[in-house]
Ligand binder design. Sequence first.
Ligand SMILES: [Zn+2]
Length: 80
Amino acid sequence: METTYIQTEDGETKVEWWPEEKFRNRATEIFTPSSYDRIPVPDNLIICDFCNEDIVEFPVPVLWGTHAVCPKCLERVSKK
Ligand SMILES: [Zn+2]
């Protein structure tokens, strides 16, 4: 997996480029004081955390460890 760095408002930010395999077997975890739920996320459902667009190109840039972003938003958060 490739790792690059971009400059954003928060300074230098790591971008991990995730291949399609890395998005398999994901789940959303929901905790409440009395329960714990793990809701599987379909393997082919990859959505930009900023604009909610479907992401269909690989590898996918992932910011801050877990936030997939589309190429457009990656461009937008990058400081020129
Ligand atoms: Zn986006």
